[in-house]
Every structure is written in structure tokens, then in C-alpha cells.
Ligand binder design. Structure first.
Ligand SMILES: C[S@@+](CC[C@H](N)C(=O)[O-])C[C@H]1O[C@@H](n2cnc3c(N)ncnc32)[C@H](O)[C@@H]1O
Length: 344
């Protein structure tokens, strides 16, 4: 990693931290920042020739203390580290090394912007702007649901199904996969990368969400050639020619009912269209299951993420709709989370 020029942080920020952060020498981060701001952007101070710098370690300490004090963050240590990694551009392996380096002005300003947002309760994933999902590093912001660990499990079952279906096809033929309500593109892009014999149609009713999926698709590399994005209400978004020929439908539809409670960090920050299904919570699942039969070929599969407390009802609904071999799989927390069925 290249060495960086010292930070010039606005004095207003220094003044805004009444505690200061005491370093080993007895000085404070605030007093050092003030001296640095006074010294100008090249960090040189007076005639003595001393150079004042703010290191990433100083900023890490500031972040940890501010997040602890904010009362909005459960894991201040972890979040402070992630913010420093994101602002400094350090990979987890480079983290310890970067701490002793001086923070340059622009990355330090970005660090403070992220710290302000996180202190006000914005989810860490939106603050740092990206999140890992299976093999992918996805861009995420408030236009999309934050991809969840349970959805990584759902995507895993979908990848398994896609690979099995591909194995049953004639050489060279691709599996036609549909991801309904793609959001950031987490499931669709994972399928494209992890099943190279797939052709993936990803849909969403939200144009904002599709803009994020498009950005993620742009960073996908060669697999992007096998993914297309379509805007519209569930199956209406799909090219009509796919009717009756789809090998695999996967979806993580909204599944929260109007009367159900969500933690404020979810309800206040994530898009409503990604969360709320309707008065009961089962509406979107019923729409997807109900219409899937018109789009799947015989032998095609359906993989759905569902609310754990409604998993049995969702599976019963799939059976009643005509699906065979319907089963429920659990997520990493052991909760019933995935419904899988085959169209006979
Ligand atoms: C629970 S989020 C899932 C996002 C992403 N697939 C994931 O797993 O992280 C549900 C997604 O469905 C989309 N959605 C909601 N209503 C829809 C509809 N009527 N038609 C298509 N997509 C819809 C939302 O915009 C949102 O992106």
C-alpha cells in the first residue's frame, strides 16, 4: 500500500467531539487534528519542522468510541473496523498494516461521513456500500434489501437445482432460470456465476432496485452475458416466449404481513416494497406459487424463500397448487426457510 499524505480534517469536526481521544503521548486526536488543520494540507507545522498526522489507528479509536456512545450499534468494534477498511481501501488482511499509516484528507473525510451515518443508525451495509453474498461482493444501498445469510442458503439450493437440471439436458443446452424480485441481483448473479450452463432472467417491480442490480451485473464479468434484467410485476416482466419452458423459478418475495413487527433498523431503512407483502404476509408467495405452473416446463423446479413461521403453510399451498415432491429446508439458524417443489 502506498504511503499517504496527512489528513486535513475540518475544525468543526474536531470541535464537535467534546471528549477528544487521548493518545499514548497524552495529546488528543482532536488537538492533533486542530494542529494539522492549522498546519495546512501538507501537514507541516511551524518552523520546528514537526509533522502532525492522523493515523488510521486514531480514526479507528474515534470510530469505536463514537459508535459505543451512539447507543445505536450492537457491535461497535466490528463496525468501526469495517468503516476503516472501507475508507482506507484496506482488505481484511491489510487492516493491521494500514493502521499505522497516515490517513489522507479525502479518505478521512469519507470515513467521517460513514461514521456520521452509522452513528445515526443507518445499517452498516448501506454505509460501506457493499456486502458479500456467497462468492460475490455486491453493491448495496437504500434502493435494495440488504442480502441476508438465509438467502445465501436459498441461493445454494437454487444452484443445486440448476446444476441437476443442467446435468439432465442435452450437451450445450442452458438451463433457463427466473429470479423474481431480484433486488440487488444477489440470487440471480450467484446462479449465473455458480452454474455456467444457466441463462438467468431477473425481474423486479422496482426500477430503483434494477438500477442496483444493473450496477452489480456490470461488475460480474463474463457471466453477465447470460443474465438479463426485466422490470414489471412478477411474471408480467418476463418475455412471453418463456411461458411453459422455464427450468427453474427462484424467488425471495416480500413476506411480512401488515400487522407484523420488524426491528426499526429494518423497517426504517430498507425499501418497503421489499418487505411488506400485504395484510397477511403470504400474498406474494401465493402469487408466485399460483402462477409458476404456467411458466415452468414439466420437471422444472420452484425454490422459494418464505417466512419461517409460515413455511408449513407455504409448502401446503405449493402442494395444493399441483407441485410434487414439495419439501422444506432450513436456514443456518435452523429455521424452516426454503420451500422446494417440482412441477410434474
Ligand atoms: C425480499 S426482497 C428480495 C431481494 C433479493 N432477491 C434478495 O434476496 O436479497 C423482495 C424483492 O421483490 C421485489 N418486489 C416486490 N413486489 C414485487 C412485484 N409485485 N413484482 C416483482 N418484484 C417485486 C422488491 O422490489 C424486492 O427487490
Amino acid at each position: 500500500m502506498c504511503s499517504t499524505s496527512p489528513t486535513a480534517i475540518p475544525e468543526a469536526r474536531a470541535a464537535a467531539d467534546p471528549d477528544g481521544l487521548v493518545g499514548e503521548s497524552g495529546d488528543t486526536v482532536v488537538s492533533r487534528i486542530r494542529a494539522q488543520v492549522a498546519a495546512g494540507p501538507d501537514g507541516r507545522v511551524g518552523e520546528s519542522g514537526d509533522t502532525v498526522t492522523v493515523s488510521w489507528r486514531d480514526l479507528l479509536t474515534e470510530a469505536r468510541r463514537r459508535l459505543e456512545r451512539s447507543g445505536t450499534v450492537d457491535t461497535p468494534e466490528v463496525d468501526a473496523r469495517r468503516i476503516v477498511e472501507a475508507a482506507s481501501g484496506a482488505s481484511p488482511a491489510e487492516f493491521e498494516t494500514v493502521l499505522s499509516e497516515a490517513a489522507a484528507a479525502l479518505p478521512a473525510a469519507r470515513f467521517h461521513s460513514m461514521l456520521d451515518r452509522r452513528s445515526m443508525g443507518e445499517p452498516l451495509q448501506y454505509v460501506v456500500g457493499s456486502w458479500s453474498f456467497r462468492t460475490l461482493d455486491l453493491m448495496v444501498d437504500r434502493r435494495v434489501l440488504i442480502p441476508r445469510p438465509e438467502t445465501e442458503v436459498v441461493a445454494g439450493w437454487a444452484v443445486d437445482e440448476a446444476r441437476q437440471l443442467a446435468a439432465g439436458l442435452a450437451d450445450g443446452r442452458e438451463v433457463t432460470v427466473v429470479d423474481l424480485g431480484t433486488g440487488s441481483g444477489a440470487i440471480a448473479l450467484s446462479l449465473a456465476v455458480e452454474c455456467p450452463r444457466s441463462r438467468v432472467f431477473a425481474t423486479d417491480v422496482s426500477g430503483d432496485a434494477l438500477a442496483v442490480a444493473r450496477a452489480n451485473l456490470a461488475g460480474l464479468g463474463r457471466a453477465a452475458a447470460r443474465v438479463s434484467l426485466h422490470e414489471g410485476d412478477w411474471f408480467e416482466a418476463l418475455p412471453g416466449a418463456l411461458r411453459g419452458s422455464v427450468d427453474l423459478i427462484v424467488s425471495n418475495p416480500p413476506y411480512i404481513g401488515t400487522g407484523e413487527e420488524l426491528p426499526p433498523v429494518v423497517a426504517d431503512w430498507e425499501p418497503s416494497v421489499a418487505l411488506w407483502s400485504g395484510p397477511v404476509g403470504h400474498e406474494a408467495v401465493e402469487t408466485v406459487v399460483g402462477e409458476a405452473s404456467q411458466w415452468l416446463r414439466s420437471g422444472g423446479a420452484l425454490v422459494l424463500e418464505v417466512a419461517s413461521h409460515r413455511a408449513d403453510a407455504s409448502a401446503d399451498f405449493a402442494t395444493a397448487a399441483g407441485f410434487a415432491d414439495v419439501r422444506i429446508e432450513r436456514d443456518l439458524a435452523g429455521l424452516k426457510r426454503v420451500v422446494i417443489g417440482r412441477w410434474p
